[in-house]
Design a protein around this ligand. Structure first.
Ligand code: KIV
Length: 290
């Protein structure tokens, strides 16, 4: 993506272990995503929860990295996204922002960190920005959360809205189900429009029919991102463990597996274990001589 950014008129600080990677001139900004929509280009987003995933995906040209609250299921082993805390999200965010030099890094506001009031949403977002060093936050919820989006944006924090299937509400939605079928499609469009009008820089849609997602993409001027929302959105996102085939078991219909990392790791672990047991590792090449 094109970047004609003026260098900061002040020092950006030197990178330290406690700092995120210094912004490069080519850092993806929210306006680059807007330009992609305006110019009919697409961009890719992947989740990342640690420094190596961030470094690899960033180096591979993925434009947006998401520290999803899906870290609850994909890293911490919970059954849902509900148990993950803001402190845990901040820890993962710090690792990802250290690894990403170019991508726009977005972190999820986890369940319980914004629902009480717009002020709670602002406070939690400030912590993700200040301690997690992310560049934007993502928030699940429909038009009822427009005031919260407005308040967070007023604080100078870019907000990505997340509508359609919102995993934090899976118990009230009755499980993992496509949202917006039939007449309910109107509600998805209304949610997206209200949140974009409240200042969201982007609208992410999860598990909505492709025609509804296409309608949303037409109805809002900001870029859209889909996961299980067809191909009309400006961007697409997948959980990296699904995309790379790390996770075992049944996959959602919208997942495409682009590699079989689980087999690669299994083979590596087996080969290592075999060599340790038969005494061939470590050999002279991997030993120090006196
Ligand atoms: O938490 C997450 O990974 C997400 C994506 C599925 C969009 O919200």
């Amino acid at each position: 993506m094109n970047s004609a950014e003026t260098p900061a008129p002040y020092g950006t600080g030197s990178p330290t272990a406690a700092n995120a990677s210094p912004p490069s001139a080519a850092r993806i900004r929210t306006h680059h995503l807007q330009a992609a929509k305006d110019e009919g280009r697409r961009f890719a987003m992947l989740t990342a929860y640690d420094q190596y995933a961030a470094e690899i995906f960033d180096g591979a040209g993925i434009e947006v990295l998401l520290i999803g609250d899906s870290a609850a299921n994909n890293v911490l082993g919970h059954a849902t996204t509900l148990p993950i805390t803001l402190d845990e999200m901040i820890l993962f965010s710090r690792a990802v922002t250290r690894g990403a030099r170019r991508a726009l890094v977005v972190a999820d506001l986890p369940f319980g960190s914004y629902e009480v009031s717009p002020a709670q949403g602002v406070e939690s977002s400030i912590r993700l920005m200040k301690e997690g060093l992310v560049h934007a936050v993502k928030m699940e919820g429909g038009k009822d959360y427009a005031d919260t989006v407005r308040a967070i944006v007023r604080a100078g924090i870019p907000v990505m809205a997340h509508v359609g299937f919102t995993p934090q509400s899976e118990h009230s939605l009755g499980g993992y189900r496509v949202q917006g079928r039939g007449d309910a499609g109107r509600r998805v469009v209304e949610d997206a429009v209200a949140l974009a009008e409240a200042g969201a820089f982007c609208v992410l849609m999860e598990m909505v029919p492709a025609d509804v997602a296409a309608e949303v993409d037409k109805a809002v001027s900001v870029p859209t991102i889909g996961i299980g929302a067809g191909s009309a959105t400006t961007g697409q996102v997948l959980v990296w463990q699904d995309m790379a085939g790390l996770r075992a078991g049944r996959q959602a219909k919208f997942v495409k597996q682009f590699a079989d990392v689980r087999s690669v790791l299994t083979q590596a672990a087996r080969a290592y274990g075999d060599e340790v047991r038969d005494g061939s590792f470590p050999g002279p090449d991997h030993s120090f001589q006196g």
